[in-house]
Design a protein around this ligand. Sequence first.
Ligand SMILES: O=C(O)CCC(=O)C(=O)O
Length: 255
Amino acid sequence: MKLMPEEVQQFKREGYLKIDERVIDDEHLAVLREHYDALFAQKRGTIGEGLRNLAVVGDSESDEDADRAEEMLQIMEMWRFDEEYRKLLYHKPLLDIAESLIGPNIQLFHDQALYKPAYHGGEVYWHQDNAYWRCDPPNLVSIWIALDDADEENGCMNVIPGSYSEGLAAHGRAESEKGNVPALLQVDADVHRAVPVPVEAGSAMVHHCMTLHQTNPNRSSRDRRAMVIHYMPSGTRNGNGEVMKDNLLLRGELA
Ligand SMILES: O=C(O)CCC(=O)C(=O)O
């Protein structure tokens, strides 16, 4: 499922792309949903052990006074917990998309499940992924896979087209987490330039690690389950300047 040249051009212009074809069929989607729900159920109540609530308000997620009325739940490194998610890293349609954008030698940076529950799903503030990651060169791409229909009502992605080529914006600490470590970041984005990217279940969008993006709270009656895989060209350096040679090689060769 290599991208067409005009799709690659669109990505190069805008820093994001909605993938028109399904990347996950119905049968596969049912399995991924089942395993996703099972992992979130298993980890409920274990904040700090792989599960985070990015919407928590307070000094820390474990703080007894923290307000957890909103939930923007995250499990990092799903592939380490579940074989179906490990296999997903090697799913051909996804790697073909990544290869079209970053070339044949592809390593995993990391993956994450981002679950915005119905009625009380929290916001993710405007940010560029590389404000967190500080990777060099900043050429990573993320495939954001919808496990439920994601639209403006339940918190689909919003992006600022073209922002990826405008440099790293000055991010501040997000208010919600106050003194918490690791802190969430946020930036004042020009929201007039923002466009929503609704994605149907089983489909995906891809964004560049310098693209400004955000998701709104979910006040709808529908869950918004999503899975994101962050791919990097082999040879990418981390924020300490080290080549990440130990990250999983998903396709091709180590640089
Ligand atoms: O899924 C979300 O709500 C946020 C996604 C995001 O920030 C990302 O994929 O980098």
